[in-house]
Design a protein around this ligand. Structure first.
Ligand SMILES: [Zn+2]
Ligand SMILES: [Zn+2]
Length: 138
């Protein structure tokens, strides 16, 4: 709890209970959540908060590099508290998004392709997740 406050302070974020609440939801779930999903969860503790407020908090955190926006699913964007470079996998069956730690692409880091200097690479992978694959094998 203290640590979380410290992290936000370190990023020059003025702490409000709502801001802390959004941050804790992202940390505790450690999942890729949509703004709507965060909104549904935070309303349990803050019934009067608006979706617009949730969006502005997410925008603030994004600008402060505290979270990443994932657009693996074209219909919605998700927010990821993990900001180190990693890839994502979307299951076409259950729509779950998984983190993938795959490093074959690290060779491309800070290399040039067609004259463009690459700083970072994030891959989106699509298919059937291990859970759904197991179910269909039964
Ligand atoms: Zn699945
Ligand atoms: Zn992720």
């Amino acid at each position: 709890m203290e640590k979380r406050v410290e992290i936000l302070k370190k990023h020059n974020i003025r702490i409000t209970p709502q801001r802390l609440g959004v941050y804790e939801i992202l940390l505790d779930k450690n999942k890729h959540l949509t703004a709507e999903a965060i909104y549904r969860k935070i309303r349990v503790s803050f019934p009067t908060i608006s979706l617009a407020t949730v969006y502005s908090i997410l925008e603030l955190y994004y600008k402060k590099h505290l979270l990443n926006e994932i657009r693996i699913d074209f219909d919605k964007s998700c927010f990821d508290i993990r900001t180190d470079t990693h890839h994502h996998f979307l299951c076409k069956q259950c729509a779950e998004i998984y983190d993938i730690d795959l490093h074959p692409c690290s060779a491309l880091n800070n290399k040039e392709v067609d004259g463009h200097l690459i700083h970072e690479l994030q891959g989106y992978f699509y298919g059937i997740c291990s859970k759904c694959k197991d179910k269909s094998n039964l």
